[in-house]
Design a protein around this ligand. Structure first.
Ligand SMILES: Cc1ncc(COP(=O)(O)O)c(C=O)c1O
Length: 359
């Protein structure tokens, strides 16, 4: 039986990437060595490193003249602290869309004043705040999470502000076409659309580095400038994660790049939301206008059917749709590597489950 992996992350990657990564583990490019045993100072690894950086910039339509690319460790969660440690002098504005941004806010508060904007209505985190009012303010930067993986909310457009803009793109990076040049710093844990867990992508506009905090002692490994001075090889980087990211970003580019995935991902999510709206047993959690194309959260109207639905889904090869422990319900993640065919199976699964209970 074919397994359809709707897990939220680490998540599905293309079969082709798994195959090529396996080859690299056994014998990397006919060197007779495994990618797991080569030195990070070797020419072989340097070319993997350079190629991965090049692919990131190419997909973002940015240049190495204006932007720095780093592959760090510690996950996106470390960036919650590194960002304010390096850039928060006095005051920053954070958009609160729930768990991930709350964690970023908590870290920032250790370093300076934080103003928070959130949707304060009853809908809570199931509806995104209106960002049209944010234009100017005396902020060192504005920070937001473009896609909240847990609730399944996603900003359709890039936030507009006169201040430097920082974004946690962990769960929707490379899933759609946006103007990456509008951001001063972007970070993303790799384990969704980039590659396997273990590496965190950070892209910084070079001119934004002029705004680095000078009055604070920043430990070397947490200091962006120190990483940049050593061309991203300050210490041993996550070699294998970078290698697989290179394979995955190559695949992404060959499929047609962000232009292709923009419409492909919209098409996939449209089918699921349409079925959730139609189906009498289910209801989507998120308000129209705030819905994510990457993570679709939904509930059963009759929650007593939950374990039956999960078992039924598993028996049909549908994996990873249990909702986040903090929210309950269900969540189907439709990352780039998830095929339209898998989405059609999910839709059919919802449909057949309905017929089991409704005449
Ligand atoms: C939007 C978002 N930000 C941050 C994180 C934390 O990432 P990490 O586990 O790499 O620290 C996650 C994890 O899923 C996420 O979805």
């Amino acid at each position: 039986m074919k397994i359809h992996n709707f897990g939220a992350g680490p998540c599905i990657l293309p079969q082709e990437v798994f195959k090529n990564a396996s080859k690299g583990v056994l014998n990397l490019g006919n060197t007779g060595l495994s990618v797991l045993e080569i030195s990070h100072r070797s020419n072989t690894f340097q070319s993997i490193f350079d190629q991965t950086k090049k692919l990131v910039l190419e997909l973002m339509e940015l240049s190495d003249v204006t932007h720095e690319v780093l592959f760090l460790q510690g996950g996106a969660s470390s960036q919650f602290a590194l960002v304010p440690m390096n850039f928060l002098k006095q005051k920053a504005l954070y958009i609160d869309t729930g768990v991930w941004s709350e964690k970023a806010i908590a870290e920032a508060r250790n370093f300076g004043q934080v103003e928070v904007l959130k949707n304060s209505s009853l809908e809570g985190y199931l509806k995104l705040p209106d960002l049209s009012i944010i234009r100017s303010g005396n902020y060192d930067y504005v920070h937001y999470t473009s896609n909240n993986t847990i609730y399944g909310t996603q900003f359709e457009d890039v936030l507009k502000t006169d201040c430097p803009l920082i974004c946690d793109m962990s769960s929707d990076i490379f899933s759609k076409q946006i103007d990456f040049n509008l951001f001063d710093l972007i970070y993303a844990g790799a384990q969704k659309n980039i590659g396997p867990a273990g590496m965190t992508l950070v892209v910084i506009r070079k001119t934004f580095l002029d705004e680095l905090v000078e009055s604070r002692i920043i430990p070397t490994m947490f200091n962006y400038q120190k990483h940049i001075e050593k061309s991203g090889l300050l210490n041993t980087p996550p070699v294998f994660s970078i290698y697989v990211a290179m394979l995955n970003l190559t695949w992404l580019k060959e499929q047609g790049g962000l232009l292709h995935f923009d419409s492909y991902n919209k098409k996939k999510s449209f089918l699921v939301y349409k079925e959730l709206e139609r189906n009498t047993l289910f209801t989507p959690k998120i308000h129209i206008g705030s819905r994510s194309n990457m993570n679709i959260t939904f509930d059963l109207v009759n929650q007593d059917l939950s374990s039956d639905f999960l078992e039924f889904s598993l028996s049909r090869g549908i994996h990873g749709i249990k909702g986040h422990r903090s929210l309950g319900g269900f969540r189907a993640s439709l990352y780039n590597a998830l095929s339209l065919d898998s989405v059609q199976c999910l839709v059919e699964n919802l449909n057949v489950f309905e017929r089991k209970y409704v005449d």
